[in-house]
Ligand binder design. Sequence first.
Ligand code: NAD
Length: 493
Amino acid sequence: MKSYEQLFIDGRWVTPVKKATFETVDPSTEQVIAKVASATAEDVDLAVKAARRAFDEGPWPRMSGADRAAVLRRIGKGIRDRIQELGEIEVRDNGKPLPEALWDLGDAAGCFEYYAGLAEELDVSAETSITLSDDRFSSVARKEPVGVAGAIIPWNFPMLMAAWKVAPALAAGCTMVLKPSELTPLTALELADIAAEADLPPGVLNVVTGLGEDAGAPLSEHPGIDKLAFTGSVPTGCRIMQAAARDIKNISLELGGKSPFIVFDDSDIDAAVEWIMFGIFWNQGEVCSATSRVLVQRGIYERLIGRLKEETQKITVGNGLQENVLLGPLVSKGQYDKVLGAVERGVSGGARLVVGGGRPSHLDKGFFMEPVVFADVPADSWVWNEEIFGPVVCIRPFDDEDEAVRSANDSRFGLAAAVMSRDSERCERVARALRAGIVWINCSQPTFTEAPWGGYKQSGIGRELGEWGLNNYLETKQITRYDSDKPWGWYIK
Ligand code: NAD
């Protein structure tokens, strides 16, 4: 594999000031796959200064939206042209099955193409005139790029999370410093190459790989950053918010979840089982919006759990590069231990372990586990309330709609929720009553670049994707003009 020991700053590959590296590990083999540049505060400072120069003096924010769109489209094409190679890198870095990695990469390319369209629209929509109550004045509202953005992203969808931030920021005319997760840094470095090949001007996108404390914290504290966009855990989000508070940086946060899935007893059981499984087992359950708390109406409770057990046992666990694997390893030893610890906590907390939790017998290396179904999970137990971020589904029965909605909303998180029933009026009613930023009816997880993404409560602040994602990177300025020939009249009468 090629060397990843340099950072991408000001359009060039540079060795980190302290020449430090860290290792990234293939979670299927536990082998080191690459040494990666480990940035510190000095490197972050260079990257922010490059982004600052590119914003304050460079062409990017001053170009037309159409010209920026052309570059974004070339980035999208660059991803598509190398999709197989990037997919394999993503699998080796993160562990996810190759079809899911290819799916992410197609979405990432689509995200650049979508925001190219919005960049073009900005040429006509950036300025709107405002009708004022005093006709001596005229006013327009102008959307302008917010400035230099810092983006800090997690490891579960490495390239896709980068795209969700880089594409709208660049479309808006911002410049950016991107810090990927130290667990999955490789595709962000590939993205830097793709952006350079797409003729993105130097300094517009800078990629600094490094540890959270060494590179993430200095980025979140840097006074040269105007906007911080973060996706990750609640505790880190809290630290980012504190850092941003020091100089009132504009922030958006996409944090964790413990999303409920309500299944009414008129549902088709096989369809419910498939969506429940997809909702918690795709991407190894390492999904912020995973529907990890399932509420099943009592009439079908035991039947559904029986079918879910049968189907869960059929899941092929293995190296994501092998065919027919549905569940890869967890991303790291740390995450593996955390999830196995949560399974023990589930059992000791009184949940019924229906299936899973062991190491698949054919796999003696790698952070692999059998997917877990817990039933009769006590409502006050740790596993019912906390994000596990692994292939572990917790299930409880309910009797009526009110109880289901109350239980679903009884959480400090509010990222996503799902409801399933053949009664469409009931689905609509429940969807409106759920306190979550994303609600799925008769499905769980499908995500569209055009639709807003983000959470209520401790699941975050702001929305990504769609026009909402673009607005994250725009400021609104009013320009008001005095059109009258007459004196204003404060002292000249
Ligand atoms: P994390 O918070 O540990 O790390 C996220 C990023 O923050 C990494 O790049 C890390 O290096 C960096 N970081 C760590 N400490 C930092 C600090 N002090 N200052 C600045 N940056 C720091 O999260 P993770 O384990 O990578 O990701 C899992 C979490 O992300 C889960 O809670 C999940 O729900 C959440 N997530 C949310 C969404 C969403 O859209 N809401 C999407 C994906 C993941």
